[in-house]
Design a protein around this ligand. Structure first.
Ligand code: SF4
Length: 207
């Protein structure tokens, strides 16, 4: 999904929103090259053609367009798909969406994203998302200090279960960060994940 309400420095999908080059890459992407409006029924047909059991909706920030997503998500569920939505956790989900049976994978952003705290941590959105059964919270981290920041967010907003994912857009960066984090994550009783697509494909798009 195109467009995002945040502007994380290290965003790995800047081509969905960075039209001015504010991200670390400094590249100003062109919306006319990157965004391709499609009717939801056409999206549905293209997704069904993959013949996969689960669809993950990502972005950008998908919940910025949640009302327009509803017919597509309903149709996917009606045709037997499981649906997961990736979100930065700053948008309160519509009741119709929260009750649809989708799983939310919420990634609240830490200070190293460069986003202001009032924009990246929205208490009412985090509370509403935490109340949806099955929601998981995934934090992008680099150092052990980041884990203290995660603990503070968990204390304040009840954002569990916690998954820690190393930041990195190359296998080397991911390996370095996960090595720095692993022992502490285990000691805190949280879940640790790598970035499998980066290990396999690096920063290639469309995989
Ligand atoms: S919230 Fe996600 S898509 Fe938006 S700028 Fe941050 S990392 Fe990128």
């Amino acid at each position: 999904m195109g467009g995002c309400n945040l502007a994380c420095r290290w965003c790995d999908t800047p081509y969905t929103w960075d039209w001015t080059g504010v991200g670390d890459s400094g590249v100003a992407y062109r919306p006319r090259d990157e965004l391709h409006p499609m009717a939801w029924r056409e999206v549905l047909e293209r997704l069904r053609a993959y013949e996969v059991p689960m669809i993950v909706v990502s972005g950008g920030e998908p919940l910025s367009q949640q009302a327009r997503l509803l017919p597509l998500l309903r149709a996917l569920i009606d045709t037997g798909h499981r649906v997961e939505i990736e979100s930065n956790g700053t948008v309160v989900p519509l009741p119709e969406l929260a009750g649809l049976g989708v799983r939310f994978n919420i990634s609240p952003k830490l200070a190293h994203s460069g986003d202001e705290e009032e924009r990246r941590l929205v208490p009412e959105a985090l509370a509403a998302l935490a109340a949806v059964p099955g929601t998981a919270f995934k934090f992008v981290c680099r150092t052990r200090d980041d884990l203290d920041e995660v603990a503070s967010i968990v204390d304040r907003y009840g954002t569990t279960p916690v998954w820690i994912m190393p930041e990195g857009q190359t296998p080397h960066e991911v390996d370095r960060h996960i090595a720095a984090l692993g022992d502490d994550v285990v000691a805190r009783g949280w879940n640790l994940t790598t970035r499998l697509h980066v290990a396999v494909w690096g920063d290639r798009r469309g995989v």
